[in-house]
Write a protein that binds this ligand. Structure first.
Ligand code: PMM
Length: 379
């Protein structure tokens, strides 16, 4: 069960297909709750609470604004006595409440992130082969110097990575990755106030970076790759990204029958791994993983319907910066994708992203100042 935003004809037809309706309606717009047919008391109850309900062979859609869906789900949760229907009604109410709420806080172990604006996570790649800036900052001095510039430009978080995760990238060993990032983290922890994040899927690297002064672990595998990772990140904050497989073979897994549904389900699995490892919910952010087991079209759809992911109740990190779908739209090579990247960041911020992971901090900060001013205007 989840909430869908039907923005256009394609969304409407897909929602009809998802419920298995033989006569598709192309004119459904606004928000809808996608409901299982079992227990029947759920769809029936929401209809009784005033929502129009469309039934299909496989599922049902209850239509309304977020506030209407929230209110109907709340009334149903209070009135229905069957356990399963009540549990689902409560879940629906919570999802609607998350969608309507201001963005949830991301609590870090030591630092306080600014509350009043969309945040910028500056990318510090200490790699010889990252797709957009590979090799440019591949030494301790260069990486630190670059990170200091990003901090000066207003980065709220610095994300340090020692292994390229571009499609097809060859993995490196934990000790090599650790040798690349640990000294950079240690030096930055001494020299900047900005909270540091380590971009790794390896528990050894995460532990070393946390010891050296990082407070966030940005795991592109969402704690799926290294079984020791949960234990390693216990005292830290985490960013759990969606992907499938490893960077080497992930693009072969970019097949979805319902992208938004599958990404949400797999992010919920990552949340469950984090919770089983004892990580407090307030310490977790989620990321749809643009470009990771996604085609260009998948990236565009995830950005267009990003708001739906806020129903999971956690802050969203989005990394669109310089990725190839921006090159497809603009015809630009990776280092020339600044304007396109800034546009994607501003749109993501207006659709619910809480943190933008970017290479170009100064330009993104300015664009987000405008996006935030528009988003929060009350006149
Ligand atoms: N993208 C890259 C690496 N790490 N982490 C998160 N959370 N989200 C992303 O989108 C993401 C990431 C690949 O980009 P890069 O090679 O330019 O760092």
């Amino acid at each position: 069960m989840r909430l869908l935003e039907l923005q256009n004809e394609t969304d409407s037809l897909q929602a009809c297909a998802a419920i298995g309706r033989s006569v598709a309606d192309s004119n459904l717009r606004g928000w809808a709750a996608l409901l299982p047919l079992d227990p029947p008391a759920l769809a029936e109850g929401l209809r009784h609470c005033g929502l129009p309900v469309l039934r299909g062979e496989k599922a049902a859609l209850a239509l309304g604004s977020i506030a209407q869906i929230w209110s109907a789900a709340r009334s149903l949760a209070e009135s229905v006595d069957r356990y399963k229907a009540r549990t689902l009604a409560l879940e629906l109410r919570n999802r609607a409440a998350h969608l309507d709420a201001s963005r949830p806080r991301w609590e870090l172990p030591r630092s306080q992130l600014p509350k009043d604006r969309t945040l910028v996570m500056g990318v510090v790649n200490v790699t010889p082969d990252s797709f957009s800036d590979g090799g440019r900052f591949f030494s301790l001095e260069k990486a630190v110097e670059h990170a200091l510039v990003l901090a000066e430009q207003g980065a709220d978080i610095l994300d340090i990575g020692g292994e390229s995760s571009r499609p097809g990238a060859e993995p490196i060993g934990a000790s090599e990755e650790r040798e690349r990032v640990e000294p950079v983290v240690r030096e930055l922890a001494r020299r900047v106030k900005v909270p540091l994040s380590i971009d790794t899927s390896k528990s050894d690297v995460a532990r070393a970076a946390l010891d050296a002064g990082a407070e966030i672990v940005n795991d592109v595998s969402g704690l799926a790759r290294d079984p020791q990772m949960g234990e390693a990140v216990k005292g830290a904050a985490v960013c759990l990204m969606h992907m499938r497989g490893t960077p080497e073979q992930m693009q072969a897994k970019a097949t979805y029958s319902d992208l938004l549904d599958e990404v949400q389900r797999e992010l919920i699995e990552a949340l469950e791994r984090a919770s089983a490892a004892g990580i407090a919910e307030e310490r977790i952010a989620l990321d749809p993983g643009l470009g990771f087991a996604k085609t260009g079209e998948h990236n565009l759809l995830l950005l267009r319907r990003l708001r739906e992911l806020t129903q999971l109740g956690r802050p969203l990190v989005v990394g669109a910066s310089r990725k190839s779908f921006i090159g497809t739209a603009t015809g630009r090579s990776a280092p020339e994708r600044l304007f396109g990247s800034v546009a994607a960041s501003a749109l993501a911020a207006s659709s619910g992203a809480a943190v933008l992971r970017v290479h170009d901090v100064a330009a993104t900060r300015e664009a987000l100042a405008v996006a935030d001013a528009i988003r929060t205007s009350t006149a």
